[in-house]
Design a protein around this ligand. Structure first.
Ligand SMILES: Cc1cc2nc3c(=O)[nH]c(=O)nc-3n(C[C@H](O)[C@H](O)[C@H](O)COP(=O)(O)OP(=O)(O)OC[C@H]3O[C@@H](n4cnc5c(N)ncnc54)[C@H](O)[C@@H]3O)c2cc1C
Length: 371
């Protein structure tokens, strides 16, 4: 089975998707919205039973032991079929990736296969009211207390917090150290006493995020992932894979561009609208070419794709709204798209922050002042 070529694997994935795609929730992107969670979990279980979960994960963790190219083929076929490739990125990419790279044997065996089977759903507890782009400034504290860490503080913008069983948590374990040196990375059960989750309503009217409050939460010390006070390195490895993953949404983008072209059909576009549309389609084609060259590999170049694609999606949503006309801005899929689009430019590191990374690490420009 592990000898299967990428082409044969892709063909079998395509056939499986044709037969099973009606069981999938709509393609919601990287993180399952709360109203689709039941359907999302059952979709992940179906994917797992059919051998399409953890395609490039080692077999001892319940994966299939194939290559990242096989996994990329699955992602491509799912995008073409218009279905989510897995339940959510936080569990299947971020927590799964961090556990494989930094987890102890016990942690890997406890979580990895259960995550593939959707018996364990994960959320990301990084951002705080005072620490987003500057995540190193986080102030949630985890103080050693016997066999536990006592956690106190607040997290925010936690996607899917209220339906998750576990969270990946970054907290300050050494307040005396330089800010990036005093942080640790934990695996945190979301049902511990002292954790309070409150939904946050966003401007689309939906509430996909939560605020999460920690009051004297006793987190067992064995839930530390990676070295004590070494959580910054773990977190950065995780965030780079998040950006790389967001960058692979090129196929979704291509489909949007196709539907944009369709929107123009049978319409009298004026010269400015035609120019905006053509410019977007050309930009989309350039990103596609770049993505094909780069592949879904997590690296600094992931910032380039994250920036390009999310900015492009924003511009596409705005043009779509403009073409739909004034009436459609009251209540319509186009209006929803315009309200939802800014989030992509913020999630996983804002566009401004990606520009800084590209300037400093890819182009070798002078570093911005760090007061
Ligand atoms: C859809 C979505 C899902 C999310 N899901 C999660 C989640 O599950 N878990 C989680 O922990 N977080 C999540 N987030 C939070 C996200 O990571 C933060 O919103 C993001 O890192 C920005 O932080 P901030 O909101 O605190 O903005 P700030 O960091 O306060 O930034 C405010 C503004 O200042 C700009 N800025 C900041 N620093 C610089 C700089 N050095 N140079 C130039 N400009 C700068 C920013 O670009 C931005 O425009 C999510 C966000 C969104 C939109």
């Amino acid at each position: 089975m592990n000898e299967i070529s990428v082409d044969d694997f892709q063909t079998s994935a395509r056939e499986w998707l044709v037969a099973n795609r009606t069981a999938a929730p709509r393609d919601y992107g990287a993180i399952c919205p709360p109203d689709l969670i039941t359907k999302g979990i059952s979709w992940q279980q179906q994917i797992e039973s059919a051998g399409y979960a953890g395609i490039h994960w080692p077999t001892q963790f319940g994966g299939r032991g194939l290559t990242p190219q096989h996994n990329a083929a699955w992602m491509l076929e799912c995008a073409l079929a218009g279905v989510p490739p897995f339940l959510n990125m936080v569990g299947l990419v971020l927590a799964g990736g961090a556990l494989q790279r930094f987890g102890t044997d016990a942690q890997q065996h406890e979580h990895l296969h259960a995550t593939l089977r959707a018996e364990r759903v994960w959320c990301q507890l990084f951002s705080e009211p005072g620490a987003g782009s500057d995540l190193g400034g986080l102030s949630t504290k985890a103080e050693r207390d016997g066999d536990d860490f006592a956690v106190n503080g607040q997290k925010v913008w936690c996607s899917g917090g209220r339906y998750s069983d576990w969270g990946i948590l970054m907290a300050r374990t050494d307040p005396e150290a330089k800010k990036h040196d005093g942080i640790s990375f934990f695996l945190c059960p979301m049902d511990l006493p002292g954790i309070e989750i409150r939904p946050l309503k966003q401007m689309t009217g939906e509430a996909e995020f939560d605020e999460v409050f920690f009051t004297d939460v006793h987190l067992p010390a064995r839930q530390l992932l990676g070295p004590i006070h070494g959580g910054w390195g773990v977190g950065m490895a995780v965030l780079t894979s998040e950006r790389g993953h967001i960058g692979t949404s090129i196929i979704g983008l291509e489909r949007r561009l196709e539907s944009m072209t369709g929107l123009a059909e049978g319409r009298e576009l004026n010269a400015v609208e035609r120019q905006r549309l053509t410019a977007l389609i050309s930009r989309g084609s350039s990103y596609k070419a770049m993505a094909q060259r780069q592949g879904p590999i997590a690296s600094t170049a992931a910032s380039l794709m994250k920036l390009g694609i999310t900015e492009m999606m924003f511009a596409t949503a705005m043009l779509r709204g403009d073409l739909a006309g004034v009436d459609a801005t009251l209540e319509s899929p186009e209006a929803f798209g315009m309200l939802a689009a800014p989030g992509g430019r913020i999630a996983g590191g804002t566009s401004q922050v990606q520009r800084n990374i590209i300037g400093e690490r890819l182009l070798g420009l002078a570093r911005e002042p760090r007061p």
